[in-house]
Structures are given as C-alpha cells and as structure tokens.
Ligand binder design. Structure first.
Ligand code: EPZ
Length: 416
C-alpha cells in the first residue's frame, strides 16, 4: 500500500474548513442510482478511493459515470447486466450494496462474497436473511452469490441487529417491489435517512428512516434526480479531535451538529467548548483535555467510526479513559501503533484502558482507515516527527487529509 505522511508535531491548529458529503451516504446512494435509467447528479462528492471504486463498478455494469470537481453524474440507462465484477468487488466491501439495486432493476444479481477486512469478518448474513424474507432465492457457490428475485415480494423484515448495510440493501430492493415492505430494528444512522431522501427524490415512497422502523411502498419506476448528500459526520468528528488535541480552535463549514450529538457531548466532557455556529460547528479547548469513557453503539450511540480518533485523544488527555468497542470485533489496530508513540494502553478483549500522557513521534503503520486517521491525529499532538505508513488506506475515506490539516496550520508532507 502506498504513501507515507511525515508529520512534524506540536503546532496548534486554527481556522475554518468545509465538510464534503459523507462517504457512507454517497456509497449506498451511488448504488441506488441503478434503480432508475435516468440521469442522476450528486453534489459535493469528495474525491475518495472508495467512491472512485464504486463509480468503476457502476461503469462495469454498463452505467456512465463522470465527475467534474465534486459534482458526479451517473447515467444508468446503459446498465445491462447484473453480474458484479470480481476484482473490483474485492477492492470495495460496499459493493455488497449492489445486491438490492440489482434485484430492484433486474430482479437478478450475481455478486462476489465480500472478504472481511481489517476490522472484522464483516458477515452479510443479515443482508441475505432480509432478502430471503422478500422471497429472493439465494445460492452461494465458489465465492459468488447468485440471487434470483423473479418472485420477490414485499415483506416484513426483522433485523437481528440494526445493520447499516443490511437496512440499505433491503430499502433498495423494496423500492421497486410492489406492496409495503417494513424493516424493523432497522439501523438509525443519518446515512439511512439520506438514502431514504434520495430514493424519495427519485419518486420513491420510503418513510420512517431514523426511527428504527423503515416502511417502503414499492413503486413501478423511479426517475432521475439531483441530490446533495449529507456532510460527513466522521470527517467532521476527526477534524474536531485534531483541533482539540493540539489545543486549537476550528470552525467546520457545513457540518451538521444534529447528526453528531454523541460525539459533541463526548468532546464537551473531555473539556472542549463546542458550539453550533451559522451553518456549522465551532470548537476550542480553553484548558487541557480530560480523559473520557467511550462505549461505541449503533446510532444514536457513540459511532464506532470515531473510536480510534477518541483513543488518540485519550492518549494526550489528563487521566484515564476507558474505550469499549461494541460494534466490530477487531477494531483496536491503532492501539499497538499508538503505544509505539509512547501511549499507555492496555487491551482486554473489547475494552481499552488508556492512561493519558505525552506522545513522541515514531514510525507507525495505518492498519485500517480510521486507525490511520487516529495516527495522523496522534502525530499532530506528538513531540517530534511521526511517519505514518499506508496512507493509501486513509485516502479511502479522507480527501487529501494533509491539505485540509496543513491549511489549519499542521506540518504534514506526503512522501511516497
Ligand atoms: C457501515 O458498515 C459503514 N460503512 C461502516 O463505516 C460503519 O462502521 C458501520 O456501518 C457501522 O456504523 C459504510 O456505510 C460503507 P453494519 P456496515 O452492517 O454496513 C455485523 C468506515 O470506517 N453484521 O452496521 O458493514 C458486523 O459484523 C466504515 O467508514 C452482521 O453480523 O456495518 C458488525 O459487527 C467502517 N451481519 C456490525 O454488524 C450482517 O449481515 C455492524 O455492521 C451485517 C453486519
């Protein structure tokens, strides 16, 4: 994996930056473009590797995808077949979101079994169970999944766990399936509500997103739309942590505080002053940081995608913090790397105990997207120089993170 960040720590971040559309909203919305054969325009889409891969997948299925700056246009009329390309699917777990739209459009789908990734096995049993409840016939063989939706119908689906991806797949499969499909124990993440809004902008009839019970009235067809996905709450949270850890101050243009209650409350508890400003969020850290306890939960609980960043913050806070990762089974990859920087962290199963202190620069390796972001934050706060390897993993979810941080006063160079 390519790329190294060379970070000179110790500068206080200050300034204003704007937050692009959320990666985890754009990815399912791109998949949902398959549900229409008319043009779709998406605004404010960041240039991210995961989004580029999803555009490649859509093109491999026959769609045309073009980008002009942060505006992405999809012309799905040419979508002609329903076999997902193996190689591309392996590079992007979210390709599994294609099952729902392919079934919606073609009543058939053939996808690659997505591998696990650095943070866990990432099973898709809940996706398949929900689609089977809609009478989709599913066969798995040779690492491929063959789905036959010729007889699929609306159903009442109860999810064993509020899985984000499973909720999104079932919403998309149900959007063009006559009758009312209900999804109980549905994920409540803001990205679910955004997918609902996008499907409705195309003429769909989805309601209840965010409430845990999503209702989808199938319609005969969906038309094109222009849409601006919600801002990225995880990028916003990551930048707030960067400012807090360097004793700085920041204003985030376009960030939605109403989607970030758990993160903002935790930052306040850690000693930050957080305020909603016109069109965004402001933060400064009048005194030092205090250690806090973090228990990751499905939304509206504290997001697992911010756990690594909060562990980095805990390393430079006064006192002890306890972080419990309840969502993924292997999401402490950053801990060993933070210890290389002088952090005092002990791990017991899903619990990390962090005793705050000072960090010193070291050569460390990003092992997953958010672990990489946490190491960048640690480098900003550390004494001396930190080199973060595997920056390509960070590019999956952050658009030129070094440029954003340098504009706030950081000293980061990308060296390959
Ligand atoms: C989405 O992944 C996000 N990715 C993840 O963000 C995020 O961490 C996660 O939701 C939780 O918020 C995208 O939206 C592209 P889940 P997803 O299905 O849909 C288990 C990032 O850093 N599970 O809610 O895969 C699963 O193993 C990424 O941006 C099953 O057991 O998350 C996990 O333990 C990382 N069976 C838990 O549920 C299933 O069929 C949550 O998974 C599906 C999931």
């Amino acid at each position: 994996m390519g790329g190294i960040y060379r970070i000179i720590g110790g500068t206080r971040l200050a300034g204003r930056c704007e937050i692009p559309a959320a990666k985890n909203a754009v990815l399912p919305i791109l998949a949902a473009c398959l549900l229409t054969d008319e043009r779709v325009g998406l605004e404010n889409c960041p240039v991210l590797e995961d989004i580029a891969n999803m555009l490649r997948i859509l093109e491999a299925l026959g769609c045309r995808a073009t980008r002009s700056g942060r505006h992405v246009t999809i012309r799905p009329a040419g979508a002609a077949h329903c076999e997902m390309p193996d190689a591309l699917s392996k590079r992007l777990r979210s390709s599994i979101f294609m099952m729902g739209p392919l079934l919606g459009r073609f009543r058939r789908a053939e996808v690659t079994y997505p591998g696990g990734c650095e943070i866990g096995l990432r099973p898709i049993d809940l996706h398949l169970k929900g689609l089977r409840a809609m009478n989709v016939a599913i066969r798995e063989a040779h690492g491929r999944i063959y789905l036959d939706g010729s007889d699929m119908r609306a159903a009442d689906v109860l999810l064993d766990f509020p899985s984000v991806g499973a909720t999104e797949n079932i919403m998309m499969a149900a959007a063009l399936t006559r009758g009312e499909t209900t999804i109980r124990n549905a994920a409540r993440e803001p990205e679910i509500a955004d997918l609902q809004a996008f499907i409705n902008a195309m003429g769909g009839r989805v309601s209840g997103a965010g409430s845990g019970m999503v209702r989808v009235q199938g319609v005969n067809r969906l038309h094109g739309a222009s849409f601006r996905p919600i801002p990225d709450r995880i990028t916003a949270g990551t930048l707030l942590c960067a400012a807090a850890m360097t004793g700085g101050e920041i204003e985030l243009d376009g960030a939605r505080s109403d989607c970030m209650d758990a993160v903002l409350a935790k930052l306040r508890e850690a000693g930050c002053r957080v305020s909603a400003i016109p069109g965004g969020i402001g933060l400064d850290t009048p005194a030092g940081l205090r250690g806090v306890d973090v228990f990751t939960q499905p939304y509206p609980g504290f997001p697992t995608d911010m756990q690594a960043q909060m562990m980095a913050l805990a390393c430079v806070a006064e006192g002890t913090s306890i972080l419990v990762e309840n969502v993924f089974e292997n999401r402490f990859n950053h801990a060993s790397q933070l210890v290389r920087m002088g952090a005092d962290i002990t791990i017991h199963h899903r619990t990390a105990v962090v005793r705050g202190g000072r960090l010193t620069g070291a050569r460390v390796t990003a092992k997953d997207l958010r672990a990489g972001a946490a190491l960048v934050l640690a480098g900003l706060a550390a004494d001396g120089v930190t080199e973060v390897e595997n920056v390509a993993l960070i590019d999956r979810g952050y658009e030129r993170l070094e440029d954003t941080l340098n504009a706030l006063g950081a000293r980061i160079r990308r060296v390959d």
